[in-house]
Design a protein around this ligand. Structure first.
Ligand code: HEC
Length: 294
């Protein structure tokens, strides 16, 4: 096998190994990065939801509560959770957020659409057990679709909440008419009743990390190809071509052509070889002359 081919095979093995190893490392780093980005986005959305909640609680509810308490018609606009849901629906009209889902996953909710499923109930329980835990995130499947979730606990910190969430006797009549007496009561101060969750299709994470992955692999391939090309040129110019020339001249000398010349060579290993051959040629010439003159 020719030296050039051997070197190319070795370079190729190094190249493919390098791509495989760096590919695995990069893909896990990139996926982690994409996960963190989506998680952070989810957590920011939850913080914004909480600001909307606060605003409705502090500014809107005081204005509407007198009506809620005296009329039969319940006004959901007075409820923080309701405004969060509506604001989120508006956000989802933005294509960048159309895949995002927000849920106030609650163990015993006023509105049954907020009922935590088994998975979400586990998150609430974990937040209850570990009061220092501020966020949870990861993957889950809902009816065959893989989703990424970011979750935070929601704690009842204000006495005012309990008017509507502790006992049906205290709640406005219009609320009971609209939501019934059965659920959404019995909450206590400092209780974690809800996990606020933002869901994003897992695809979002994988497409974003795949895109970066392809980019990195593309750049690496270009760099490696350039290295292989330069190495090949270098090998041909500094080694292979010169060895070929020396071997041609040696061939000529071996069949008696003493005019064949190894030429001027650079002062490196191959230059040394050419010089040694040159000396051998002269010795041969002298020896032949001595033989002929006898
Ligand atoms: C005037 C009554 C009232 C007050 C005061 C009130 N809520 Fe509610 N809350 C409701 C109603 C009604 C709903 C259901 C709204 C809907 O249709 O989504 C609700 C929904 C919720 C939900 C979503 C889960 C569920 O039960 O459906 C959470 C969480 C919640 N409230 C927390 C709070 C907190 C925290 C406070 C105090 C800062 C508070 N609420 C104050 C009436 C009230």
């Amino acid at each position: 096998m020719k030296i050039g081919t051997k070197v190319n095979i070795i370079l190729m093995i190094v190249f493919i190994g390098g791509i495989l190893i760096s590919g695995t490392v990069f893909s896990s780093v990139l996926e982690q990065k994409a996960q963190n980005e989506v998680k952070d986005k989810g957590l920011i959305l939850i913080q914004i939801a909480n600001s909307v909640r606060q605003y409705t609680n502090d500014r809107v509810q005081p204005l509407l509560l007198p009506k809620v308490e005296t009329q039969d018609q319940f006004i959901p606009e007075s409820i923080p959770s309701y405004s969060v849901r509506e604001v989120f629906e508006n956000l989802r009209k933005n294509p960048e957020y159309s895949d995002f889902i927000y849920k106030d996953a609650t163990l015993d909710p006023t509105n049954l659409r907020d009922k935590a499923d088994a998975f979400e109930a586990d998150l609430v329980q974990r937040f209850r057990k570990e009061p220092k835990l501020e966020t949870l995130y990861g993957f889950r499947n809902i009816s065959g679709e893989k989703l990424f979730y970011s979750a935070r606990p929601l704690k009842i910190t204000e006495q005012s909440c309990l008017q509507c969430h502790s006992s049906p006797e205290l709640a406005p009549k219009s609320q009971l008419l609209a939501y019934g007496k059965k659920n959404g009561f019995g909450w206590k101060l400092n209780d974690i009743v809800t996990s606020q969750i933002v869901y994003v299709p897992a695809e979002e994470i994988f497409t974003s990390s795949n895109r970066s992955f392809l980019l990195v692999i593309g750049v690496l391939t270009i760099i490696f190809t350039a290295i292989v090309f330069v190495m090949n040129r270098l090998l041909t110019k500094t080694v292979l071509q010169r060895i070929k020339k020396i071997s041609m001249v040696a061939e000529q000398v071996s069949v008696g052509d003493m005019n064949a010349d190894f030429g001027k060579q650079a002062k490196d290993e191959i230059g040394g070889l050419a010089e040694a051959f040159n000396r051998m040629k002269y010795s041969l010439e002298i020896a032949l002359n001595m033989l002929n003159n006898k």
